[in-house]
Write a protein that binds this ligand. Structure first.
Ligand SMILES: [Zn+2]
Length: 749
């Protein structure tokens, strides 16, 4: 949202959503209080807000449910009054704006109220002062309360301030905060003493979300709760209230749209622009306003708040990490720092919610670094209906399908299986086909961590393809690999199966991380039949157990290739542990480690297979992270670009763009949501990097070392990496498959 505060000489505008939120918040925040009627232009609208600006423009804001305010302009300096009236009660804000170009903008707002008992018996005065400085990127916002009626400006007794980051320090007074962008909360004090029962005020700042509520008001006029919440990061907000004064702010929403005084929020100049993974580069400028690309071409005569000189840099669609476990959302800076603007989550059969997916997605909004795509985990789906064995009852099957269907309606993009993990390894192909049918009805994706990536790799690929074919949905084979000596050299055979399926009209794609080692639990070295009843297996089936464990270790490349990264034997190879204990590796696994023994790096792939897969036209990048133990968690995308595309010269730049963005955008139908390519009218998810400088630095000893060469990362128009420096903007959104036809028209340009 942009609010322009303009006068005849100067014009500048707020860029940060958070700043905008505060402005809006101040315009409409009413603290019921002892007050006085401010004698100024006043119109009674019942219910309603009246804005009268210095130019005599009157705007009446209907505060009935879900109403919207738009088209209000704000002359810059001067005094304005907003009043609310209903049933003889009045309340409002007297607002004075001042400032000039290159100066801080000062907004001072006096909140005034008249009691709803009809009398004007209240004395006293309260004030909220908002002060917003907005040169550069970092700014501060101040919300202060002046219970000693000093009206404005002074910093004397009684001031209580809630302040955000000021570019250098956190200035706060009686405020509990964590950090700008996550949560700030505090209590407005009476004087300098904390009082949770006296005028409690809480403010939550979370990227695009702000909510504020006031409760425990001890004034007789207001005992209710008031909250203001930004609408889904799209500008405007709701005000929810209950209680005397605030009662008629029920479900208020408002949006203020002002034409920007500069042409663009962000302008990218002189870059080598790849609009998608199918087209040659072009020299074009990209103008961004708010979340969208609003103009492309020669924009040399245009102005912008932030101008990025992309000379000698590649400008591409933001990287899409097609396979992650970033289920819990948040800043996800290790992805952002790789140039990733969208993560696919809920992979390998595991997702955080299967029965209330919509609410879970909502809970992530406003605090996301990159955009978020969720899949529904098959293993969680099974747990949700009490299924752990091989055959669901008809009731369980129906329940799983219903949960899945609802999740897809709530925005999930498909189903993932983890067929080497509990309890997916017990499921039949038929069960998954039936679920895939539900996915197909929403045109979603079936992503599979297959039953085997080693000895039974080819059979597992057959199963994944069969599920997609019979279920009728897109297939994504997760972290494709030839794991262990049984499977080494089989990449071409796998790809022949993929090609054959695609040739008959199926849609089979793969994701991959560009490394020869994997990372997963140590449990994968134990047979699933034994995991289901471990003590029985150890006691009564010892011989078969040892045999199977020995084979599983071999299948993973042998004990000398299993590098343990947790537990008692942290940072030792399984072979080393066996030697030091004087035991066989299978003995160590059964007796010394056992089920739930943590995690390991498995050096179980061959570079030839990695490259053979990578070269396939239907392969996209997927980090399979987060992990702080494997370099893929910090470096998948820069390694692909620096090592494979540039240094080894295996791919053209266009093909690189395709594998890091376009193909995944197709897989998840993001183009229908105006994402995944650089085009006017599409969301500004953009990665800008130096082709000559991009490279990974992390290895297995230093797995979290950040990569080089990523210069700018833009998520929904928010600059999250600025000249190589990460700066949290929380501009990511939860993407929803079911919302793809939704046209976001909150902003009127
Ligand atoms: Zn997996």
């Amino acid at each position: 949202m942009v609010i322009c505060l303009k006068n005849t000489q100067n014009c500048f505008y707020y860029r940060s959503v958070i700043r905008d939120i505060f402005m809006i918040l101040f315009l409409f925040l009413f603290i019921p209080s002892f007050g006085e009627i401010y004698e100024d232009d006043f119109e009674d609208s019942s219910p309603g807000l009246v804005w009268t600006d210095a130019m005599g423009i009157h705007s009446i804001i209907d505060v009935t449910s879900e109403s919207r305010l738009s088209g209000i302009t704000h002359p810059c300096s001067g005094t304005k009054v907003i009043k609310v009236a209903e049933d003889g009660n009045t309340a409002g804000i007297h607002l004075t704006l001042a400032g000039g170009e290159g100066q801080d903008m000062t907004v001072e707002a006096w909140v005034f109220c008249e009691g709803n008992d009809g009398s004007v018996s209240h004395s006293g005065y309260q004030a909220i002062v908002a002060r917003a400085s907005y040169q550069g990127i970092e700014n501060f916002i101040r919300l202060a309360w002046d219970p000693d009626h000093s009206e404005s400006g002074d910093s004397g007794d009684g001031w209580v301030k809630l302040q955000a980051y000021n570019g250098a320090t956190w200035d706060y007074f009686g405020i509990d905060y964590s950090q700008f962008g996550s949560q700030t909360q505090g209590y407005i004090l009476n004087g300098t003493t904390w009082s949770s029962s006296w005028h409690k005020f809480k403010l939550v700042v979370g990227g695009n979300q702000v909510s504020a509520f006031i409760d425990d008001m001890e004034t007789p006029q207001a005992t209710g709760t008031m909250s203001i919440t930004l609408r889904d990061g799209q500008g405007g907000f709701y005000v929810y209230t209950s209680g005397d004064y605030a009662g008629y702010f029920d479900n208020f929403s408002a949006n203020v749209t002002i034409p920007p005084p500069t042409d663009f929020d962000v302008l990218i100049r002189n870059g080598e622009v790849y609009t998608d993974g199918n087209s040659s580069s072009q020299l074009t400028d990209i103008g961004i306003n708010r979340e969208m690309i609003s103009e492309m071409g020669d924009l040399s005569g245009k102005s912008a708040d932030v101008t990025i000189d992309a000379s000698n840099l590649m400008v591409t669609p933001g990287f899409i990490d097609a396979h992650t476990h970033a289920d819990s959302g948040g800043a996800l800076s290790s992805y952002i720092n790789q140039g990733v603007t969208t993560v696919v989550t809920g992979d390998c059969g595991s997702s955080p919610s299967v029965t209330n997916v919509g609410a879970y997605y909502n809970s992530l909004e406003g605090e996301l670094g990159p955009n978020y795509i969720g899949l529904v985990g098959h293993n969680n789906l099974r747990s949700a209906v009490g299924l752990s064995g091989s055959t669901p009852t008809p009731t369980q099957m129906t329940a799983m399908k219903n949960y899945l269907d609802q999740a897809l309606r709530d925005g999930a993009f498909g189903l993932s299986t983890g067929l080497i993990y509990a309890s997916g390894y017990n499921s039949t192909t038929e069960e998954i086909i039936e679920l895939a049918g539900v996915v197909a009805s929403h045109k979603g994706v079936y992503a599979s961590h297959m039953r085997s990536e080693g000895e039974f790799l080819l059979e597992a690929v057959d199963e994944a393809i069969q599920i997609g074919h019979e279920g009728g949905c897109n297939v994504q084979i997760s972290h494709i690999k030839c794991a262990g000596p049984f499977a080494w050299g089989e990449a071409s055979q796998v790809l022949a199966k993929v090609d054959a399926a695609n040739a008959v009209g199926d849609q089979v794609r793969m994701d991959q991380y560009p490394y020869t080692a994997s990372q997963t639990t140590l449990d994968v070295l134990l047979p699933s039949w034994a995991l289901d009843n471990w003590s029985d297996a150890v006691t009564n089936h010892r011989v078969e157990l040892e045999e199977d464990v020995r084979e599983l270790i071999y299948d993973r490349g042998g004990a000398e290739n299993v590098y343990i990264i947790s537990g008692t034997y942290n940072h030792q190879y399984l072979s080393e542990v066996a030697t030091s204990l004087g035991k066989d590796p299978e003995d160590v696994m059964i007796n010394n480690i056992g089920p739930g023994g943590g995690s390991a790096i498995y050096f179980q792939m061959q570079e030839d297979d990695v490259q053979t897969f990578m070269a396939h036209s239907q392969l996209m990048l997927g980090s399979d992270s987060p992990t702080s133990d494997h370099p893929r968690g910090s470096s998948t995308f820069p390694r692909f670009w620096g090592h494979y595309v540039r240094d080894l010269g295996i791919f053209s730049k266009i093909e690189g763009v395709r594998k890091t963005s376009t193909l995944a955008a197709q897989q998840f139908r993001l183009l229908e949501q105006k994402r995944g390519i650089l085009q006017v009218g599409y969301y500004a998810d953009i990665t800008i990097f130096g082709y000559n400088s991009i490279i990974d630095r992390a290895d297995y000893d230093n797995p979290t070392l950040s990569p080089l060469g990523i210069k700018y990362v833009i998520v929904n128009g928010g600059v999250v990496v600025n000249n190589g420096v990460y700066q949290p903007a929380y501009s990511g959104k939860v993407l929803r498959l079911s919302n793809q036809t939704l046209v976001e028209n909150w902003y009127v340009y």
